[in-house]
Design a protein around this ligand. Structure first.
Ligand SMILES: [Zn+2]
Length: 217
């Protein structure tokens, strides 16, 4: 896909998660310049496409769920939902291999809503007094660059990808967002409240940073 952008001064090449090659091009870029640019970067492009393919291969074989790896295997039992046993995720017989990931994602959405809501319900009573908003309404989203956010309108947005992390870290993110119900910034007061509610939050934050470093996140 070629995107011509008014304000761009240089060419930029990228590969989307879906495997599309994207070139961002200044509005007035001559065709031969574009071709020369693409020729120069074919090796890089091949490498990125290979990396994407192997990542997608891994995604078809296993999932990360609450900090643990589960390998996919079709169930021999008649179940309607995936069953996690040991290190295996047994998915229903009726699920097609081709759309396994889409089915898994739908299931993960249900799981995440349930788990995140439980955490909010458990923690909100510790925040409700003096909060700048009323009880936040949960929205689970796929987000590229953040784990969560709290809007002044009272929505707590949590990243579906949090479900990959171990429960203590998910809890830390929820508590962080709920602290925003008192302070919308990351001021000293905000962190004082965070430390009061979750004294070991720094350790969990450090663990999350490590996880971010190790993935594309
Ligand atoms: Zn924050």
């Amino acid at each position: 896909m070629i995107i011509r952008a008014m304000k761009r001064k240089s060419l930029r090449l990228g590969v989307t998660e879906g495997g599309d090659v994207e070139v961002k091009v200044p509005l007035r870029c001559p065709k031969n310049e574009l071709i020369a640019f693409l020729n120069k970067h074919t090796d890089w492009l091949e490498l990125r496409l290979e990396q994407l393919q192997s990542r997608q291969q891994v995604q078809r074989e296993q999932m990360l769920y609450l900090g643990q790896v589960f390998r996919f295997q079709q169930s021999s039992q008649k179940s309607k939902q995936p069953v996690l046993l040991g290190e295996t995720c047994y998915y229903p017989q009726s699920w097609d291999q081709d759309n396994l990931l889409a089915k898994i994602e739908l299931w993960q959405r249900v799981q995440s809503k349930e788990l995140f809501q439980q955490l909010i319900d458990r923690w909100w009573p510790h925040f409700s007094q003096g909060a700048l908003i009323s009880r936040p309404v949960l929205r689970v989203k796929k987000m590229r660059s953040r784990w969560g956010s709290l809007s002044s309108k009272g929505y707590i947005n949590l990243n579906l990808k949090l479900l990959e992390l171990k429960p203590e870290i998910i809890e830390m993110v929820v508590v962080h967002e709920l602290c925003h119900s008192h302070y919308f910034d990351h001021s000293k007061n905000f962190y004082r409240l965070m430390a009061e509610k979750l004294p070991h939050y720094k350790e969990l934050e450090a663990q999350l940073k490590q996880i971010e470093k190790g993935s594309a996140y």
